[in-house]
Write a protein that binds this ligand. Structure first.
Ligand code: F0G
Length: 361
């Protein structure tokens, strides 16, 4: 093919346009993590680090398509509800596209780096006295009244862009190993990525480019304090119900009503995957484990590795498997969480001997 596009737009044959409002996004690394691979006892572990996108999360892949659509439609104001990353990406891509943006955030529950991005890219930021799900209810109301163009993952064009995560993983893994991974483990909030990856793989199967048995098992991970999808996978899709109370240190996935569940649950089921919940402590451990491989991620991203560890320990994931963990956001998104997991700097006097004394302690 005559690939002129970069990153996401290299896959324009699978996208609704030839080009988007671009910074550009995609083409993220598929890191090796040899110590973690040994420790977890899998055949292969690779980490697809989506924190390496322009605004530091996978959301950029969706926004390059979504904001292009908004431009095409000539809408006045873009809007989203967000646990932070969507708002940062929308603000940046909205700015790039020359459009006004409005973001609704759950008050006190969004990591500092993400709000800073939305602020500097000049979004109008409203902090709602409620959780993410309430923010999304309001933005949906605004969209229905024609006040805003909605760019949450309910917008199908967002998911078109996010399909390219799956396409890149398959291509990068095959380039290195000559085969496709058995399993992709990913953090789940609204389950947009789960739905997007499943759609990407289904389209590859339908076009004859991928055998059905080569489709990686989609394996979702949630925080114990916000795990409606895990409940739905266990009890069946009809039982999916909104969790009104949610809490986790992985604020990006502090979500009680996964709006893409109807699209994502078949993906988990039909690929032979599963869903699992992990504690905040397990997430912190995984964040440190990744950091010690040089891979800096925010807590929600580390949930993928925490989930893999849990599924490996009860042998749900076999020791012979090739696994890709998706890390969705960059360490710098949530500096407070990084200090909590990594420790604070130590003060020392302006003096060499004082430094030596401290090191000798
Ligand atoms: N990881 C990170 C870092 C996220 O920011 C999100 C979602 C997810 C995982 C979950 O992805 O919804 O596709 O299952 N963040 C949204 C936001 C809700 O507003 O930034 P999903």
């Amino acid at each position: 093919d005559d690939f002129e596009g970069r990153g996401v737009w290299r896959y324009r044959a699978a996208l609704p346009f030839e080009e988007g409002v671009s910074l550009p996004e995609g083409d993220t690394p598929l890191h090796e993590a040899p110590r973690l691979e040994d420790d977890l006892g899998v055949e292969t572990l690779r980490v697809k680090h989506e924190g390496m996108n322009p605004t530091g999360s996978f959301k950029d892949r969706g926004m390059t398509v979504g904001v292009r659509v908004a431009k095409e439609l000539g809408v006045g104001r873009l809007a989203c509800a967000s646990t932070g990353n969507t708002s940062a990406a929308l603000a940046a891509y909205g700015a790039r596209g020359g459009m006004e943006t409005l973001v609704l955030l759950p008050s006190g529950k969004v990591a500092a780096g993400k709000i800073a991005q939305a602020a500097l890219h000049d979004a109008r930021i409203l902090e709602v006295d409620g959780n993410f799900d309430s923010c999304l209810d309001i933005v949906q109301d605004l969209a229905e009244r024609g006040e805003v163009y909605l760019l949450n993952s309910l917008n199908p064009f967002r998911l078109e862009g996010q399909k390219t995560i799956g396409l890149e993983i398959l291509e990068q893994f095959r380039d290195d190993y000559g085969r496709f991974p058995d399993r992709i483990v990913l953090p789940v909030g609204n389950a947009g990525n789960t739905a997007a990856l499943y759609k990407a793989f289904r389209e590859l199967v339908q076009s004859g480019s991928l055998d059905p048995e080569q489709v990686p098992k989609l394996t979702g991970v949630q925080a114990e304090g916000a795990a409606p999808m895990v409940e739905a996978v266990e009890n069946g899709w009809d039982d999916t119900k909104r969790w009104d109370e949610v809490e986790t240190r992985a604020t990006a996935i502090r979500i009680g009503n996964p709006v893409n569940a109807p699209k994502a649950l078949p993906g988990i089921r039909e690929t032979g995957g599963t869903a699992v919940a992990v504690t905040d402590e397990e997430i912190t451990t995984a964040q440190r484990d990744l950091a010690r491989e040089g891979i800096g991620v925010e807590p929600a991203s580390a949930a993928s590795v925490a989930g893999l560890r849990k599924l490996r320990s009860d042998d749900t994931v076999g020791g012979d498997e090739d696994v890709v963990c998706l890390t969705t956001g960059h360490l710098l998104k949530d500096p407070d969480a990084a200090f909590e997991a990594g420790g604070e700097p130590e003060p020392v006097a302006n003096d060499t001997q004082a430094v030596l004394d401290l090191l000798a302690e």
